[in-house]
Design a protein around this ligand. Structure first.
Ligand code: HEC
Length: 126
C-alpha cells in the first residue's frame, strides 16, 4: 500500500510541475515586464528603439536582426532563434546565455515569473 501511495503522489506532482512549466499567466507577466523590461524595451509594431531594441515580432526571429538597432557582436553571432526556451534562458541570466551581450540586466530568477513573462511577451509582441 505504501509503495502505491508514493507512486500516485509522485505522478500527481509530476503532472503539476509539467503544467506550470508550460503555462504562464500573461497578466502577471505584464507586471514583470513593466517593472523589469519596459524602461529599455517597446513591444508594439514600429515602437521606438530605446536603450534596448523594439521587440515586436521577436518570436521566431534570429537574435540581433531587428532593423534599426545596433546590437552587440555577441548577440548577432549568438545564432539564437527566439522561442519559449531561448527567451526564458536569456532572461534568466543574459550574460550566461550570451556572453558579451550589452543588455545590462541581472535576470529574472523565479521560474514562475519567467513563465508569466514569456506568456505575456508572446501575446504582446505579435
Ligand atoms: C537596461 C536596459 C535593458 C533592460 C532592463 C532589459 N533589456 Fe533586453 N536588451 C537591452 C539591450 C541593450 C539589448 C541588446 C543586447 C545586445 O545587443 O547584446 C537587449 C536585447 C534583448 C533581446 C534580444 C532582441 C533581439 O531582437 O535579438 C530580448 C529578447 C530582450 N532584450 C528582452 C528583455 C526582457 C524580456 C527584459 C526584462 C526581463 C529585458 N530585455 C530587460 C536592454 C535592456
Amino acid at each position: 500500500m505504501k509503495i502505491w501511495a508514493g507512486a500516485i503522489v509522485a505522478a500527481i506532482v509530476g503532472l503539476a510541475t509539467q503544467a506550470s512549466a508550460q503555462s504562464g499567466d500573461p497578466a502577471k507577466g505584464q507586471r514583470v515586464f513593466n517593472q523589469q523590461c519596459r524602461a529599455c524595451h517597446t513591444l508594439e509594431k514600429d515602437g521606438a528603439q530605446a536603450t534596448g531594441p523594439n521587440l515586436h515580432g521577436v518570436f521566431g526571429r534570429k537574435a540581433g536582426t531587428a532593423e534599426g538597432f545596433a546590437f552587440s557582436e555577441a548577440m548577432v553571432k549568438s545564432g539564437i532563434v527566439w522561442d519559449d526556451t531561448t527567451m526564458a534562458e536569456y532572461n534568466r541570466d543574459p550574460k550566461a546565455k550570451v556572453p558579451g551581450t550589452k543588455m545590462v540586466f541581472n535576470g529574472v530568477k523565479q521560474q514562475g515569473q519567467l513563465d508569466d513573462l514569456v506568456a505575456y511577451l508572446k501575446q504582446a509582441t505579435q
